[in-house]
Design a protein around this ligand. Structure first.
Ligand SMILES: NC(=O)c1ccc[n+]([C@@H]2O[C@H](COP(=O)([O-])OP(=O)(O)OC[C@H]3O[C@@H](n4cnc5c(N)ncnc54)[C@H](O)[C@@H]3O)[C@@H](O)[C@H]2O)c1
Ligand SMILES: O[C@H]1[C@H](O)[C@@H](O)[C@H](O)[C@@H](O)[C@H]1O
Length: 349
């Protein structure tokens, strides 16, 4: 029997955790460092015990900062007997391998979005978890833990406003990191709207069309920014998303529901008339760490509580990660062809 299989069996047998959950963070760039600090200083019932990054100097520096072990091989951190659970905060293209390693080792995992970068690889993860027979992987769609999104979901579920007709979404970032491609506006950014639409409406997205307006002069050479995305849902709601990632002035994530008998808007602040570099009365968040800080905190606390209690996951799982990957892949196809692309998720295991 392989060591990984033995470890998996040990962890499968375990129903809960008596002491603190010992967590390793893999990938300690911008998000990984933020999550390491969250686990080390804020999340109750969890203890940051190790960090791991392919950049050895970065691993050592972050480990020293938090007084935890530096493990230079990320797979060794996953299979380590002193590690109960892992947080994956490496770039999206590395997620497939690391999540499959974590499943093989039977380690509960909180994987930053996207689950993987294609529907085929996400399906592989869905099937690997299904074969294991229990939920072990949660996907870092943190907006589900944001109080305003929860409130909007409640408004829709209560049904007082009637059937949802439209969701108008705006997703704006101040700037993009180097090497951010036109496809990444869909795969890395709109993936959040794909997930919250499924979360808010409780139904699947059946088609997507991506339109390309004139580029902002602030976009780096070759980047198609902004883009306008139209999604259709199984229940007949139309969703539009303005994705604009080089606004230069700040971070805005806004959603307006228009239903049969009223509308409800989140992410607006109060009394907004105009937003610009000069700001407005209430101020504008600089980035996602500021806008969604409380949501990340809640996401981590609920994940740790679920793992310690034996449930493994409390929030979006591998199927949600797969659905998002499938819609985004169709979106990238639409971006390339200019055509509407239908989405078929196939059977759910
Ligand atoms: N939920 C959110 O709001 C949010 C916000 C930002 C980023 N993210 C996601 O977080 C993840 C990380 O993004 P980031 O902005 O922190 O990136 P980053 O480039 O700042 O950091 C990534 C780190 O991973 C390391 N790395 C690369 N390959 C590795 C591997 N195989 N094993 C171990 N380490 C490896 C890199 O050396 C780097 O230190 C991405 O999936 C991104 O989409 C989510
Ligand atoms: O990786 C980031 C992150 O997911 C943010 O929440 C989103 O606003 C950005 O567009 C994306 O690039």
């Amino acid at each position: 029997m392989s060591t990984a299989t033995q470890t998996a069996e040990r962890h499968t047998a375990r129903q809960g955790y008596d002491g603190d959950l010992r967590v390793a963070v893999l990938g300690v760039g911008m998000m990984g460092q933020d999550h390491a600090r969250r686990l080390a200083q804020l999340t109750k019932g969890a203890r940051l015990v190790a960090v791991s990054d392919v950049d050895a100097a970065r691993t050592d520096a972050v480990a020293a900062e938090f007084g935890v072990r530096a493990v230079h091989d990320p797979v060794a951190a996953i299979t380590d007997d002193e590690v109960d659970a892992v947080v994956i905060a490496t770039p999206g293209f590395t997620h497939e391998d690391l999540v499959l390693e974590a499943l093989e080792a039977g380690k509960p995992t909180l994987c930053e979005k996207p689950l993987t970068t294609s529907p085929e690889t996400s399906r592989k993860v869905v099937e690997a978890e299904h074969a294991l027979g229990r939920r072990l992987v949660q996907v870092g769609f943190m907006r589900r833990f944001d109080a305003e999104y929860e409130q909007l979901r409640g408004v829709i579920a209560a049904g007082e406003l009637g059937r949802p007709l439209f969701l108008h979404c705006a997703h704006r970032n101040a700037t993009t990191p180097p090497n951010f491609s036109s496809e990444m506006l869909i795969l890395d950014s709109v993936v959040h709207e794909v997930d919250v639409v499924r979360y808010l409406l409780g139904e699947e997205i059946t088609a997507i069309t991506v339109l390309t307006p004139g580029r902002t002069s602030a976009a780096p050479e070759g980047l198609q920014d902004p883009q306008f995305v139209l999604m259709e849902t199984a229940g007949g709601t139309l969703v539009d998303v303005e994705i604009f990632v080089n606004t230069t002035f700040g971070y805005e994530v806004r959603t307006e529901l228009v239903a049969e008998r009223g509308s409800a808007t989140i992410g607006l602040g109060v009394g907004l008339v105009q937003r610009s570099a000069a700001g407005w009365g209430g101020g504008i968040a600089a980035d996602f760490k500021e806008r969604f800080g409380a949501a990340y905190d809640t996401e981590f606390q609920r994940w740790v509580d679920a793992v310690r209690g034996g449930a493994g996951v409390d929030g979006p799982g591998v199927w949600d990660g797969y659905a998002a990957a499938a819609v985004c892949a169709a979106g990238v196809e639409s971006l390339r062809t200019g055509r509407r692309v239908e989405v078929d998720l196939g059977p759910r295991p």
